[in-house]
Design a protein around this ligand. Structure first.
Ligand code: MG
Length: 383
């Protein structure tokens, strides 16, 4: 018999999605049980979370500090993701960190609530393959794929097109010529969503949206020419699908990540959370939709073009973007140099024989190479 509680491991528990996951779990103490928590460097918050949720297993980057925390040392994220006591693994890490835990969890029979979208950018084919072979579900946590997933319920064979919405990010009202001098602080000021730093910069460049197109391609087995992106400033319509008869179904709600997190955890049930503000269409008022201006977002086409290529290209894109974003946040490159850095790395990438799917180690190595190469490119050009 299934366990009466859904037992959850949260990988990346002190980040933006991790803390919001625990906020959802806090509202349903009889439905979800936190079995394992992992964090990076934020030991203070991790200690608080351990105190509140009392997980059996814990993990953090600092192995000395880990000894002083209550809970059993898990050894690695992969071991945490495959614990027999776990039903659902929330992968809310960032960058490459979530790849191996995601695949191992699927192979071990777990459902994976996937917030770490880079996993699908790096190895979409391998991850979907593991999901199919082991018959385990990937539960989208990102708000746009979650919206598409929910619109598609009962419509799987009748979907003609996906329409992904984009807020347009921090610089949607700037002209392309103004972007050379924008600061990290301005870029981090997202108009509608409160998220982690990396994804907020990716939203300003629209790399994030390109990643979501690639994510949707893999999750919903949809050809790229059937995935559109539209600028929607209010972030109320989280995405849409068009069905065979031309009907469009949209998913609406407040821009609050706890909704898609909660659905991923409770699926196929729906649960009422009194802590979430209900959606009020009258209070929301007007909704607008605009075409995206490619001049304002040169990273978008670049990221789609590279990210849709097979083999290790996605990993190269991911690593290059990650380093470019970090260097922008460190004030080492301008915002408008982010696409230049990505292009420079991509130009140097020589994938191995593309007839074979790269293994996960090759994928991770490529991402690391791309990050290092991005940094070397910038050091080289400033000397
Ligand atoms: Mg999103």
């Amino acid at each position: 018999m299934a366990h009466p509680m859904r037992r959850v491991a949260v990988l990346g528990s002190t980040g933006s999605v991790g803390t919001q996951t625990l906020d959802v779990i806090r509202a349903f103490p009889d439905k979800f049980d936190v079995v394992a928590l992992s964090a990076g460097k934020n030991l203070g918050l991790l200690a608080q979370q351990i105190d509140e949720f009392n997980p059996e297993y814990v993990l953090c980057e600092d192995s000395e500090a880990l000894k002083s925390l209550p809970g059993r040392d898990c050894g690695s994220l992969e071991e945490m993701a495959t614990l027999p006591e776990v039903d659902v693994v929330m992968v809310s890490t960032v960058g490459s960190a979530g790849l191996l835990p995601t695949v191992r969890a699927l192979e071990a029979g777990k459902s994976v609530a996937l917030a770490n979208k880079e996993v699908l950018i790096m190895a979409g084919e391998q991850v979907m393959d593991a999901s199919r072979r082991f018959n385990n579900q990937i539960l989208p946590v990102d708000s746009e794929p979650s919206a598409i997933w929910q619109c598609m319920l009962g419509e799987r064979d009748a979907v003609r097109k996906l329409i992904i919405t984009a807020s347009g990010g921090a610089f949607r009202d700037r002209s392309p010529t103004e972007l050379g001098n924008v600061t990290p602080e301005e870029a981090l000021n997202h108009p509608t969503w409160s998220m982690g730093r990396k994804i907020t910069i990716d939203s300003a460049t629209l790399v994030n949206k390109a990643f979501e197109v690639i994510e949707a391609h893999w999750l919903f087995d949809m050809p790229y020419d059937k995935i559109d992106v539209v600028i929607h400033r209010q972030s109320i319509v989280h995405s849409m699908i068009e069905t065979a008869d031309g009907i469009v179904k949209a998913h609406l709600g407040s821009p609050d990540m706890r909704y898609p997190i909660q659905y991923a955890l409770s699926h196929p049930q729906r649960v009422f959370n009194p802590g979430l503000k209900p959606f009020d269409p009258v209070e929301t008022g007007s909704l607008t939709f605009e075409a995206m201006d490619p001049q304002l977002y040169p990273c978008f086409e670049l990221a789609i073009d590279v990210g849709r290529r097979p083999g290790t290209w996605g990993a190269a894109l991911m690593g290059a973007d990650e380093a470019a974003v970090e260097m922008f946040l460190e004030n080492r490159i301008k915002f408008t140099e982010i696409p230049d850095v990505i292009r420079a790395v991509v130009d140097q990438h020589t994938p191995k024989d593309s007839t074979n799917l790269p293994n996960l180690d090759e994928v991770i190595q490529t991402a690391r190479w791309a990050s290092d190469t991005a940094r070397a490119t910038v050091v080289g050009s400033s000397n």
